[in-house]
Design a binder for this molecule. Structure first.
Ligand code: MG
Length: 156
């Protein structure tokens, strides 16, 4: 078994869509980034790559490459999942924590889990998504952060 950890933060700005774990959330602000800025999926991809010491998503999908402008992060995740399978591994389980003062994410958590489980083709019970605030002491509404931890199993 291998484990990996990922962490990412993006700034909330006007005029962008807010997409978390592949789910579009109705809100007046969205996350700024070269891709669709799905901060939770970015943390998750870094966790998977970290489990194999394969670097990070900046190395795999450089933001200097126009190909990744406004890229669908779920599409990039599928590439990373393929890479994991090429290494002979499958998902054990994953646990994501999204850190956001606003908006309230509780109504979207199940949809996020279903979206990720669909990408892995795995049972919902292997995919955990949680959300927390930092009580106004951290990112404080300026942005959204995410951490992810994954356990992956050798299938050979
Ligand atoms: Mg990012």
């Amino acid at each position: 078994m291998r484990i990996g950890f990922g962490y990412d933060v993006h700034r909330l700005v006007e005029g962008r869509r807010l997409i978390l774990c592949g789910v579009e959330i109705p809100y007046e602000l969205g996350l700024l980034g070269h891709s669709d800025a799905d901060v939770a999926v970015h943390a998750l991809m870094d966790a998977i790559l970290g489990a194999f010491a394969l670097g990070d998503i900046g190395k795999l999908f450089p933001d200097s490459d126009p190909k990744y402008k406004d890229a669908d992060s779920m599409g990039l995740l599928r590439v990373v999942i393929e890479r994991m399978r090429d290494e002979g591994y499958s998902l054990g389980n994953l646990d994501i924590t999204i850190i956001a003062e606003r908006p309230k994410l509780a109504p979207y958590i199940m949809q996020m889990r279903e979206c990720l489980a669909g990408a892995f083709g795995c049972e919902l019970s292997r995919v955990s998504v949680k959300a927390t605030t930092e009580e106004g002491l951290g990112l404080a509404g300026e942005g959204i952060g995410a951490t992810a931890i994954v356990a992956i199993n050798n299938i050979n």
